[in-house]
Design a protein around this ligand. Sequence first.
Ligand SMILES: [Zn+2]
Length: 96
Amino acid sequence: MENNRDRSQKVIEKMMKKEALKKSMNHVIDLTKIDGDGAFPCPKCGSVISPDDESEENYQIVDTQVQRDQLEALIVICKRCGTAIKLVGFAQQPQA
Ligand SMILES: [Zn+2]
């Protein structure tokens, strides 16, 4: 059983996710077009976001889209300015 507080927290998270998905449509980063380790500057504030940075210090992953066991897209939020960014281009990366 979940209490009302848990439930409202879940509703808020769902709303945030929906809002992030909507916002991220304005900022799409194609990782296949980025040189180096895949780090890129936030389109809004310029804060460097690196998908390899597992500490998630500069960004937060809010959603992942997977298709046929392949990572299709990642929605991240820049922690500095709150901009949601959609990352695409994972599928082309060869398996090691
Ligand atoms: Zn930013």
